[in-house]
Design a protein around this ligand. Sequence first.
Ligand SMILES: Cc1cc2nc3c(=O)[nH]c(=O)nc-3n(C[C@H](O)[C@H](O)[C@H](O)COP(=O)(O)OP(=O)(O)OC[C@H]3O[C@@H](n4cnc5c(N)ncnc54)[C@H](O)[C@@H]3O)c2cc1C
Length: 460
Amino acid sequence: MNNMIKTLTETIRGPVITASDTGYDDARAVYNGMHDRKPLAILQCVDSADVMFAIAAARESGLDLAVRGGGHSVPGFGTIDDGLVIDLSRMNYVLVDPVKKIANVGGGATLGDVDHATYPFGLAAAGGVVSTTGVGGLTLGGGIGYLTRSVGLTIDNLLSADVVLADGRQVTASDYQNEDLFWALRGGGGNFGVVTNFEFQIHEVGDVVGGPMFFEFNDAQAVLECYREYMMHAPEQLGCFFGWQIAPPLPFIPEDRVGDLFCVLVPCWNGPHEEAEQVVKPFRDAAEVKAELFEFMPFPMLQSLFDDAVPKGMQNYWKADFITELTDDAIGAHIEHGAKTPHVSSSMHLHPINGAAQRVGADDTAFGHRDKNFAPVIVGMWDDPAENEANTQWVKDYYEAIHPYSGSEGGYINFMSDDDDDRAPANYGANYERLAQVKAAYDSDNLFHVNQNIVPADTR
Ligand SMILES: Cc1cc2nc3c(=O)[nH]c(=O)nc-3n(C[C@H](O)[C@H](O)[C@H](O)COP(=O)(O)OP(=O)(O)OC[C@H]3O[C@@H](n4cnc5c(N)ncnc54)[C@H](O)[C@@H]3O)c2cc1C
């Protein structure tokens, strides 16, 4: 093994970090503090050639391989004990072509890196709702965010991807080359290779009117009923997620309400600014807004508004479904368990995935469940590992209560926890079988298995 590490140190241009290096603890840390894993080496690749060397080393040594983009995976797929980690965080360049409205993005960039590069041109990519999230994992799983209803999922805006495959070759996947791989990459997660470059269609989104509106918890029924109906036909330039929120000590929160549980809506209106109030009027009519930061702001500001509330290193346990309809019974279950939200960083978020995202055919990409209208995720996030049992139990109880109303077994692969691995077939739905075929064609030995894994068709 020592020889392999020595060779890697000589061939890879980025740092190769092992337990004997002072930066090891920082380099091995991922977002979810639950995963305190100790890789044999973290290979901080700087280009495709580095990735090729790293993949060859993993293949030849037989060591387990984890690939890390932004490191946000709740199951900790960006790290592994005793194996090799390809860490792409140094490949975080973003090149913007403002004329064609295209961005080329390195495989280890974060959403914040993309926002930083695109905003000065009045442009934005379809991303998520927290700027520290990695473009790599988010995109490969689908990508749900503020712009989903207006421009689709992140994958619906992917034009091509450069991928280093298990055999060490780099290929480009697009609608015109390696089409089966391109299909699989759009929703199939990190199963097919290491994406070194994503090429995205980006859009005219500069400043938006957005930010949280806090309603009394006791108004949750009215707010949720309004939300489920309005989001089905609201203008598509309106993104908006629902959530529970224990009020943090922020300037717009009345001091005597800090620590109280509210329900929140977080709209993002990227239509004409003067229409913003009219567009959110149904929300204001549903119940009185008790505190808010709904205002004109740069899109990157909205996409980073919650970053401080969800810092790296906390304990995380999440569960998720897709749903077609938010029934009255489901609302009752949400309110019962939302009332017990245990921590200021814990919540349940309900993201709309209709609008432009539903205009893509069910089997046009590997993303399962295009027919669903919402993606709920129960986010358990807390500081103290001594409280793991109580907090994971809150997520499990909440999930048990709402799952019977979901109408399907599948959920969004990027909102899963490590005990959800057996849900992969349900998460991909009708697309799973084709994914298994593509996996067999590109990674028959399952080198890329530290992910929501698709078992190669031939080996099952
Ligand atoms: C605070 C927080 C907020 C979030 N908000 C959203 C949201 O708004 N919308 C949403 O859709 N999701 C959201 N997510 C979920 C997020 O999409 C997933 O956690 C995703 O896996 C993160 O990608 P990453 O690159 O940061 O993670 P990593 O842990 O680095 O990787 C996750 C998986 O993707 C693979 N991978 C990553 N990059 C590459 C690459 N370049 N090539 C090949 N494989 C790669 C990894 O191997 C691994 O299997 C959020 C997660 C967190 C923790």
